[in-house]
Design a protein around this ligand. Structure first.
Ligand code: BGC
Length: 260
């Protein structure tokens, strides 16, 4: 089945590496115009932009710190100026944050994770919804994680942000549904990117991780990107408010495969 997003105007945050990059490229390959948001490594963002352009689609590279609401509003003005609005927002920008037990955490590091992963996503969603509700169409995909439902010792800010983002999707989905706008969460499991390089580059840590995944392998960024294209398209026209887990069954309590 061919999925065409021809003429759709998309913004992917954190799109110069990892899952965001794969999503931006896949949306472009499906015919969408893509704004590639980034904060560091401008050359990587330019690379994604040029790859999309080579395939015949329009692209923008926009440097914006999503945790800064006035920068976010400026980013949306730039997209308005180029394309007159937005049809697809993928809130992907995020960080795991430092590993720290809650009684050792410094509040500034904790707040930084919430500011980027949750408040940043809210600012972008709010700007996007203003436009989508007015035009009575659009899709917002919030990239959460299996950690919207699985606790993770040492990462309380991350799990709180991802669980919060999941409930944010559901609430925004309720608000936007009467206007024909869909909002949902895409929840990846362990996808091989720079964010978890410390795990996959260490044999013992990797072994431990694979024990937590019934499919017994990490996912790759394309497996998330393909699902993002489906969710952004009319194939998913009845899907809103839900979390779609793409995780090799990591959320399936793998320990129960041998007794209970
Ligand atoms: C994290 C990764 C981790 C995965 C599974 C993701 O949300 O960003 O670092 O490997 O969850 O635990």
């Amino acid at each position: 089945m061919n999925i065409s997003l021809k003429g759709k105007r998309a913004l992917v945050t954190g799109a110069n590496s990892g899952i965001g990059k794969a999503v931006a490229l896949a949306l472009g390959a499906s015919g969408a115009k893509v704004a590639v948001n980034y904060i560091v490594h401008p050359e990587a963002a330019q690379d994604v932009k040029q790859t999309i352009e080579k395939e015949g689609q329009e692209a923008l590279a926009i440097q914006t710190d999503v945790s800064n609401p006035s920068q976010v509003s400026e980013m949306f003005s730039q997209i308005d100026k180029a394309w007159g609005g937005i049809d697809i927002l993928v809130n992907n920008a995020g960080i795991d944050g430092k590993h720290m037990l809650s009684w050792e955490a410094d509040i500034e590091s904790w707040r930084k994770v919430i500011n980027i992963n949750l408040i940043g996503a809210f600012s972008c969603a709010s700007e996007a919804l203003r436009r989508m509700v007015a035009q009575k169409s659009g899709v917002i995909i919030n990239v959460t994680s299996v950690h919207e439902v699985i606790a993770w010792s040492g990462y309380s800010a991350y799990t709180a942000a991802k669980a919060g983002l999941s409930m944010l999707s559901k609430t925004l989905a309720q608000e936007a549904a009467p206007y024909g706008v869909r909002v949902l969460s895409l929840a990846p499991g362990a996808i091989k990117t720079a964010i978890n390089q410390n795990v996959w580059s260490n044999a013992e840590a990797l072994h431990d991780l694979l024990e937590k995944i019934p499919l017994k392998r990490m996912g790759n960024t394309d497996e998330i990107a393909k699902m993002a294209v489906v969710l952004a398209s009319d194939l998913a026209s009845y899907l809103t408010g839900s979390s779609v887990f793409v995780d090799g069954a990591m959320t399936d309590y793998p320990d129960f495969s041998h007794g209970g």
